[in-house]
Design a protein around this ligand. Structure first.
Ligand code: FRU
Length: 460
């Protein structure tokens, strides 16, 4: 095992087990210890869901990216496994950035971006100086999804792109690989001169040798760099998801947001046409860098990183959303709660105080002007929009957004709200729109304005 991986595993083993289960979110994945961002390598492999994540075990801030690793049989109970990747080679010494996983012939193939600085930073060799870095696309294979030989099995599959017509040497990352009838496809996020985001498409027949095929871009109003792209088809529609940096331009925290749209994609030449409109994946604007896979029943599902302004108990920071099922209905992309989670909240209770450790779910419908206040978190309806407000729970974070709204919704205002100690996810009309928000010091009282009847349910 590489020295860096050994060190990370030793550290997380000592520190991670000191975090008590009750001090973690109940049913959301959090880092074993330290910092978490994007989901990576999300896959259903040999009967288990594997989820890796961008991980810095040593501190509760972003630095020196490793890949953390959890597995689950049911998408509800997750088991922590030792860190899988460490930035221990020349080509990934700043970090093993985001990527994806595919399976073939029983082997798991992980793709990720290896980032390397071109000038060493004398203050901290893990942080790069003045954007002087380059990115290459890497692959590492595993025979069993558990062992990752960071010394022998890492390979560069797409070296640093030197031709700026094709891509950017620095900002080209986050390989998402998938299979089509004629072979393997990869989409990468990139930029044109740090002005406009773009996506790059590559093809391969053996998963190792990749040919550049095409790219797609859009106006500067779509942000300057597109991170974490993901392409798939559901209900006969072609969908692209990506996370443009700087798509919001209001100076608040998190101008980077995950968006999705229906596209037309010609696989032969990887020509993609992007429409002028998009949906936010989540109108809570805390969610970022989603990644999808296909579940055991063939559904397209995804998980995403929920950004948090501050660590919990000084020990961990960042969470994953509940797994969501992606569908296209009535011309819109829907994100509904995965049934494995939805189906277990069967025990009716009268108050959140009776909820099990797994938190609870609320179900109710709202008429215009009505409101449900969940321990200080307001959920209300204004005309055809559902709105939320966490301002009383976020007084410590003035630079962060506190008020949110869905776009105008079609019909029916049926809400399904999953409440965990640091995260509330509000699903409207079976996923027509979702608002997910990180919260701190949530109370356990529910107050209602109007004639709302609220069902409270927890796990048996
Ligand atoms: C998105 C992102 C990715 C990158 C990773 C680094 O949050 O910036 O583009 O690969 O995080 O941690």
């Amino acid at each position: 095992m590489s020295e860096m991986l050994e060190k990370a595993r030793k550290y997380e083993d000592e520190q991670g087990k000191q975090i008590k289960a009750e001090d973690r979110p109940a049913f959301h994945v959090s880092p074993y210890v330290g910092w978490m961002n994007d989901p990576n390598g999300f896959s259903y492999y040999r009967g288990e869901y594997h989820l890796f994540y961008q991980y810095h075990p040593y501190d509760t801030y972003w630095n020196s990216m490793h890949w953390g690793h959890v597995v689950s049989k049911d998408l509800l109970h997750w088991e922590y496994l030792p860190a899988a990747l460490a930035p221990d080679e020349d080509y990934d010494k700043i970090g093993c950035f985001s990527g994806s996983a595919v399976e073939e012939d029983g082997k798991l193939y992980l793709y990720y971006t290896g980032v390397n600085y071109t000038v060493e930073n004398p203050e901290d060799i893990n942080l790069c100086l003045d954007e002087q870095f380059v990115s290459a696309q890497m692959m590492i294979t595993s025979e069993d999804g558990m062992q990752f030989d960071n010394i022998k099995d890492k390979k560069t599959v797409i070296p640093v792109i030197q031709n700026s017509q094709i891509g950017d040497a620095r900002h080209t990352r986050d390989p998402k690989v998938w299979k089509e009838e004629d072979g393997w496809y990869m989409v990468l996020g990139s930029t044109i001169e740090d002005r406009k985001g773009r996506l790059l498409f590559f093809k391969s027949t053996d998963k190792e040798h990749w040919d550049y095929v095409n790219s797609v871009s859009k106006g500067e109003e779509f942000g300057w760099m597109w991170e974490c792209p993901d392409y798939f088809e559901v209900n006969g529609k072609q969908i692209i998801i990506f996370s443009p940096m700087g798509i919001l331009k209001d100076g608040k925290a998190d101008e980077n947001q995950a968006i999705c749209m229906q596209v037309s994609f010609d696989k032969k030449n990887c020509r993609m046409e992007l429409p002028d409109t998009y949906q936010f994946l989540d109108y809570g604007l805390d969610l970022y860098a989603p990644q999808s896979t296909v579940d055991a029943q063939g559904r397209r599902i995804l998980m995403a990183w929920l950004r948090m302004p501050q660590p919990v108990d000084g020990k961990w920071q960042g969470m994953m959303s509940i797994p969501r099922v992606v569908e296209v209905k009535n011309g819109k992309i829907y994100f509904r709660v995965h049934p494995n989670i939805q189906n277990v909240y069967t025990k009716k209770i009268d108050s959140p105080k009776e909820a099990s450790d797994a938190g609870y779910r609320l179900r109710f419908s709202l008429q215009d002007g009505e409101e449900v206040n969940v321990g200080g978190y307001r959920i209300f309806r204004q005309g055809k929009k559902i709105c939320t407000d966490r301002s009383t729970l976020y007084t410590a974070f003035p630079q962060f957004r506190t008020e949110f709204a869905t776009p105008e919704l079609a019909d029916g205002f049926d809400l399904e709200v999953y409440v965990d100690q640091n995260l509330i996810e509000v699903f409207v009309n079976e996923g027509e729109a979702v608002i997910s928000n990180a919260v701190y010091q949530l109370g356990n009282e529910i107050k209602v304005q109007g004639n709302v009847s609220v069902a409270i349910e927890t796990l048996e």
